[in-house]
Design a protein around this ligand. Structure first.
Ligand code: AKG
Length: 446
């Protein structure tokens, strides 16, 4: 099965929808219009994204909250946490730094190299770039992915139970009762001035494909959620359906849960030319209007319905608002799932390497699905020899603990925020890379 997070829809007919309307047409739109940021154009959002005060090659980032438990926040941590939420609230994405130590990031890169070597039976050799034309048959070279199924190798699993990775999600959901996805990873080969023993060469055919997409059925997201619930309930997992861990990602609807997020964990310093993650800042505030403006485009709607994903055509006006989110190694970008996002190809002599993930509220699952999911995760954790390393937090976010999200039953989760809390404006000048330091910019339209 192909990658539903990457698969395209789209018929070339979508519009950017960048002109805010004054009058909401639906209840959901009303909520957006009430938002403090609803009047900003995508151009303005893009222009206002702050850069790292120490190194402008990178987008502004926040320190990872020390613990998923809000009870442990010192006043400074609380202020940084508020600033992080405020940034996400405005731009629909946020970068969190130092989620992984340099050693943890390198260990993850090593595992990804290992997958490339195993998947080619040793024909790919990490130490010999002249072998990098080889790629695992079961992978997807055009997306830099060594494998189609989700990964369950030890460091990848370790990252998924890392408190510094979980804590920003807990902050955004306003709850620690959350679960993590099991997803893939990617490595973009360098393409410019690649150092071979015989000299430097450009390798344009190593470029991955450029794309901007949404991992959802936009109109399903705003609808009843029946289709998404049915699909989720029917997931079987197990070795025969490992792709169901990937399908999960796209079955989102604001009635199931109003906040849905995805993330990329960055493993090597990643600057503009290296290619990698891009997104459209602020689009969450335009989402409803865009959906309404495009609801009559039957091909587009049918495609989204069938695939629960949507690729923006190359000539779509929205493409010009895509922004590369550059990050240091060990940083993670989290984005609101309503944000068009994707990847740009590598145009440098450095590689790009990342792990994909998603966290979601641990609402009770359909009993059959919960049982199948728990069973498969448990088997994969054991097969990786990871069971002795599983922490309480790991058991919880993997859905393996008795009270965890893998539990069965009906009813809603309750008690969670639907969207990030609206928080006070943090004090400016929190110090380069030390404090929160992000302040809401001026320049709002209207
Ligand atoms: O960072 C990337 O390579 C793209 C990530 C992406 O499109 C996704 O996770 O859906």
């Amino acid at each position: 099965m192909d990658n539903p997070r990457k698969r395209g829809g789209g018929d070339g007919s979508s519009a950017a929808g960048t002109t805010p309307r004054s009058k909401p047409a639906t209840t959901a739109t009303a909520r957006e219009v009430e938002s403090e940021w609803a009047g900003l154009t995508l151009e303005q959002f893009r222009a206002e994204v702050p850069r790292d005060p120490d190194d402008a090659r990178f987008i502004f980032s926040f320190p990872a909250p020390a613990s998923p438990s809000s009870a442990l926040h010192t006043p400074q941590e609380a202020e940084e946490a508020e600033a992080l939420v405020a940034f996400f609230d405005k731009f629909g994405f946020v970068v969190v730094r130092d989620v992984l130590t340099p050693q943890e990031a390198q260990a993850t890169v090593n595992e990804i190299f290992g997958l490339l070597e195993e998947g080619t039976e040793g024909r790919f050799d990490r130490h010999d770039v002249s072998t990098w034309d080889q790629w695992p048959a079961e992978g997807m070279a055009k997306h830099g992915m060594p494998s189609r199924p989700p990964l369950f190798t030890p460091q990848i699993l370790r990252n998924r139970q890392n408190p510094r990775l979980v804590s920003p999600f807990a902050l955004l959901f306003g709850s620690e009762d959350i679960m993590i996805s099991h997803d893939r990873a990617s490595l973009f080969r360098p393409t410019k001035g690649v150092q071979f023993p015989t000299g430097a060469r450009d390798m344009p055919h190593w470029r991955t494909s450029e794309n901007l997409h949404l991992d959802m059925d936009v109109w399903g997201y705003l609808g009843s959620g029946d289709k998404e619930r049915r699909t989720l309930a029917g997931l079987q997992y197990g070795d025969r359906h490992l792709n169901h861990f990937i399908f999960e990602n796209n079955q989102v609807c604001e009635r199931i849960h109003p906040l849905n997020v995805q993330a990329v964990l960055n493993l090597v310093d990643n600057v503009e030319a290296d290619g990698g993650f891009q997104c459209v800042p602020g689009f969450r505030h335009h989402f409803n209007r865009w959906a309404e403006a495009n609801a009559g485009k039957r091909d587009l709607v049918e495609m989204a319905k069938e695939r629960n994903s949507m690729m923006f055509p190359d000539d779509d006006p929205i493409q010009k608002f895509g922004m590369r989110i550059t990050m240091r190694a060990g940083s993670m970008v989290i984005w609101d799932q309503r944000t068009p996002h994707g990847a740009r190809p590598n145009k440098s002599g450095r590689m790009r390497c990342a792990q994909f993930l998603r966290m979601f509220p641990a609402q009770p699952m359909d009993p059959k699905r919960a049982q199948a999911r728990v069973h498969t995760v448990d088997a994969k954790v054991r097969a990786a020899g990871f069971a002795p390393e599983l922490t309480d937090l790991g058991r919880r976010v993997f859905g393996l603990s008795a009270g965890g999200g893998g539990r069965t039953g009906g009813g809603g989760g309750g008690g969670r925020r639907g969207s990030p809390a609206r928080v006070a404006v943090p004090r400016p000048g929190g110090g380069a890379r030390g404090g929160g330091g992000w302040q809401r910019g001026g320049g709002r339209a209207g």
